[in-house]
Design a protein around this ligand. Structure first.
Ligand SMILES: O=C(O)CCC(=O)C(=O)O
Length: 313
């Protein structure tokens, strides 16, 4: 058994000013209730969205397993009309399907040219509905990076990952369970890049991932209209308890020069961090000509050198 679950603190009816002064500087997740998120709360029914943007093409993740796993790619990307996605994601059995009648759908909206520098921005990709959502004044307008539609079937669980930017997730419709882990847990997350290899966080493979059991879990359930603040580097795993429509907003809170310019998703490591990770990889490569016991010994020495620099041990 790991440590008990810590509830994510809830703040109700707070102003943007209160957020900026008292919540944001803590660098700790917060569930925010009763914030004015605009007319989307009432307007964004499947019928309304279908009428407004139903004819737009969107690229969605489709999987027969609701636990979507980026590392093992247990999903395929398919292009659907937005209206068709809404129709299918609300049902558990499909008449028209790609893989199976009981497949699951997940949309993370993209920019017009996701391979380039174009980032997701609902104002640009979905202008006819963008005014319906009120993005609270939690950050300076010029720091805005992207706004991303997140639409999913009930039961869809998104792999645990971190982002390098601060983020609010506005859950417009549908309940969603959020599980977060502090950046201090990085050694317990079994990371491949920005993603944890521990797919089943509720029943982890303890033989493969023994240290995951010591990771402190922070949890809350979002209801329609709730916002969660996810500080940069906090690991997060989402589970849709119902069909959901959400928008998340990333913004840059550090010097812009630190962010990778070719990062449409906002999740590439900061430039100095990415360089450091590459050097660490190179130092392991540099040991490859040594006998196993030497290689092992010097990797431990490198770890001990690095470990002495960790702030929150
Ligand atoms: O809501 C989701 O499904 C995922 C949200 C997420 O990953 C994010 O806000 O960074």
């Amino acid at each position: 058994m790991g440590p008990s679950v810590v509830p994510i603190p809830t703040f109700t009816n707070i102003s943007a000013d209160y957020f900026r002064k008292h919540i944001y500087p803590q660098r700790f997740p917060a569930l925010l209730r009763n914030i004015d998120i605009g007319e989307c709360s009432n307007k964004w029914t499947a019928d309304y969205l279908t009428e407004k943007i139903g004819d737009s093409n969107v690229k969605v993740h489709v999987s027969i397993n609701p636990k979507m796993n980026f590392t093992e790619k247990n999903f395929v990307y398919k292009t659907l009309l937005f209206g068709e996605l809404l129709k299918r994601a609300q049902k558990v059995k499909q008449d028209l399907f790609f893989l199976s009648p009981s497949e699951f759908y997940y949309l993370r909206s993209l920019g017009a040219d996701p391979r380039g520098r174009d980032v997701a921005d609902i104002k640009k990709q979905f202008p006819s509905i963008a005014e319906d959502i009120n993005i609270p004044d939690f950050f300076q307008k010029e720091d805005f990076f992207s706004s991303v539609f997140r639409i999913g079937s009930p039961g869809v669980q998104l792999w645990t990952h971190y982002d390098v930017m601060d983020n609010i997730l506005i859950q417009v419709r549908g309940r969603k369970r959020m599980v977060l882990y502090s950046p201090d847990e990085a050694l317990n997350m079994y990371l491949t890049g920005d993603k944890s290899q521990v797919l089943d966080i509720d029943d982890p493979d303890v033989e493969r991932f023994p240290k995951f059991l010591s990771a402190q879990r922070h949890e809350c359930v979002m209801n329609s209209g709730d916002i969660i603040f996810i500080p940069a580097l906090w690991f997060h795993n989402t589970l849709a308890l119902e069909f959901g429509i959400a928008v998340n907003i990333f913004w840059r809170h550090l010097n812009y020069e630190l962010y990778d310019k070719n990062d449409p998703y906002g999740n590439k490591d900061l430039i100095p961090a990415s360089r450091a990770l590459q050097m660490a990889g190179n130092s392991v490569k540099a040991l490859s000509t040594l006998p196993e016991e030497y290689k092992d010994f010097y990797i431990r020495r490198i770890i001990s050198m690095l470990e002495s620099n960790i702030k929150n041990k």
